[in-house]
Design a protein around this ligand. Structure first.
Ligand SMILES: [Cu+2]
Length: 365
């Protein structure tokens, strides 16, 4: 009757009697019928995979208080998902061979994940989740075994493949997606840095004497960890800031992001006219259409990278005078633009200053 006592010690005790009867019926059917398995048993070579381990029952009727999963060689950059009611710990260690993570060598990482202090009654089912990446040098058809051990008050069940009745939960690998290693290559105009891809970069041409200009690009974080664009610098400007547009009352204004721009794991963040942008302050000269402006982006985690911004004509690519208007509408507070312009709100703009300039040009000619 040990099994029943174990069940009664857990939350089942709080349930109505019919549930207890159900637990007994399950035991009669044989607790070892269901194995610990993965919810999704396949993953492409080179891809990030969310791995969900199913724990279908306890140890010979007892409630499970600890689940430990060992991560096989070939599965790297792993991150566990915390679980309410369970303490989470990880063991890190070296990989047998380093992984090339876009030019950054990864030599170690999480090798085992343990959830403890839990209480999963035998009659209940639960899932334990983590994320990681499948090594790009593995082959379709390879199998990654995630040896899982569940521990109860008086014993353990090891899903380690030591006998037929206890196979390890496994991922069977499928062909790499896309270009053959499951992770897209940078196109000619893309820059990769760690898990970040930077693409569609451009700046808008400025008129002579414009003190500021805007730079735009798209940031893709294909990693499992959040990152953050914290700074930028460029030879074309005295200083470079990361800005956002925000409504202040009825008007759209821009302001510096004091903590930088978050780039959450798995997400794409667009810097575009009317939204987030790179602000070139104290321009050393005009940005001329057809040339490029180099900017060095500094990320909290991924590090630094230089990106070339092709300079497009104003009016191109939805451009509408971002840079120019920063200059035209500068309010003189230390050159810190604090404008609210139609351009920033995404509308075409013809400012009074632009009209004056056009008239001047007409007179001279
Ligand atoms: Cu700005």
């Amino acid at each position: 009757m040990k099994t029943l006592i174990a069940a009664l010690r857990g939350p089942l005790r709080l349930s109505a009697r019919p549930l207890c009867a159900g637990a007994v019926a399950l035991l009669a059917a044989g607790p070892a019928l269901a194995h610990a398995t993965l919810e999704e048993g396949e993953a492409p070579v080179g891809a990030y995979a969310k791995v969900v381990v199913n724990i279908p029952h306890g140890c010979d009727g007892q409630a499970t208080h600890t689940v430990r999963v060992e991560l096989p060689e070939g599965f790297y950059a792993a991150k566990p998902m915390p679980k309410p009611g369970w303490e989470l710990t990880t063991e890190t260690g070296p990989y047998a061979a380093p992984y090339d993570n876009h030019g950054h060598e990864m030599t170690e990482g999480v090798r085992a994940i343990t959830w403890t202090e839990g209480d999963l009654p035998d009659a209940w089912f639960d899932q334990f989740t983590f994320r990681g990446r499948v090594g790009p040098k593995l082959s379709a058809g390879d199998r990654l075994d995630f040896v899982t051990v569940q521990t109860c008050a008086d014993g353990q069940v090891a899903w380690d493949g030591s006998d037929e009745g206890h196979p390890a939960p496994a991922l069977t690998l499928t062909a790499a997606q896309g270009d053959g290693h499951g992770h897209h290559h940078a196109a000619a105009d893309e820059v990769e840095l760690g898990d970040l891809t930077i693409r569609d970069a451009f700046a808008l041409a400025t008129p002579p004497n414009a003190p500021v200009a805007g730079g735009f690009l798209t940031l893709v974080n294909e990693g499992a960890a959040d990152d953050r664009l914290i700074a930028a610098r460029s030879d074309v400007a005295g200083r470079v800031e990361i800005h956002e547009m925000a409504m202040e009352g009825d008007v759209m204004k821009m302001r510096e992001l004091p903590d930088g721009l978050p780039i959450p794991a798995g997400e794409t963040v667009e810097l575009k006219p009317g939204g987030y942008h790179i602000m070139f302050m104290d321009l050393k000269g005009p940005l001329v259409e057809g040339e490029t402006a180099a900017v060095t982006l500094v990320f909290e985690t991924a590090g630094e990278v230089e990106v070339q911004l092709p300079i497009k004509a104003r009016g191109a690519a939805g451009g509408h005078g971002h840079g120019q208007d920063h200059g035209m509408l500068r309010n003189g507070e230390g050159g810190k633009a604090d404008h609210a312009s139609a351009a920033e709100a995404g509308r075409p703009v013809m400012t009074a200053a632009l009209l004056d300039r056009a008239r001047d040009a007409a007179r001279v000619n």
